[in-house]
Design a protein around this ligand. Structure first.
Ligand SMILES: [Zn+2]
Length: 166
């Protein structure tokens, strides 16, 4: 398969895996929008948005301050595929940024136990089909850009998502 066929197959897999994802609802975007400016910004950026339309829009997705990190568990699971799909849209800077953000968020934290539990709680809510799509996304980028993984634990991350949830 050519790289563009791989990409198209992966887009389809992500679309199908997350097609039935339920919106977290406007009251469950940021955990607490009043917590800090970053949470307020994230709440504003994602409230009322559809994960798929946001991916296809070509817009620059919120990153760093105002991005996925500040979302509730449900919203994080709903909007993570936005970054996967946007990262596969084209070769624009916005797409590469989205892919980079997605890979960061797919990497289980090396942080202390407290944060590891926090990550695991968020991550364990994906079903088997969705986890398979996340693994396929990792494999795609590892094949395309092994250099991106110099600071990311590819094998550990892949193993993490390959295990059944729970
Ligand atoms: Zn906050």
């Amino acid at each position: 398969m050519s790289s563009s066929e791989d990409r198209e197959a992966l887009r389809r897999q992500i679309n199908e895996a997350f097609a039935g994802a339920a919106s977290p609802g406007d009251g469950r975007i940021a955990e607490d929008p009043r917590c800090c400016p970053e949470c307020a910004h994230a709440d504003e950026a994602f409230r009322g948005r559809d994960w798929r339309q946001m991916a296809l829009s070509g817009e620059r997705l919120p990153g760093n301050y105002g991005g996925l990190s500040f979302l509730s568990e449900e919203a994080w699971r709903y909007f993570l595929p936005t970054y996967l799909l946007a990262g596969l849209r084209d070769d624009s800077e916005n797409a590469l940024n989205a892919a980079d953000n997605a890979l960061f968020h797919l990497t289980p934290s090396d942080a202390p136990d407290r944060l590891r539990d926090w990550y695991h709680r968020r991550a364990s809510g994906f079903n088997a089909e969705q986890r398979a799509a996340l693994v396929a996304f990792l494999d795609y980028w590892y094949a395309e850009h092994p250099d991106w993984f110099l600071c990311l634990d590819f094998q550990g991350t892949r193993d993490y998502w390959s295990r059944p949830a729970g």
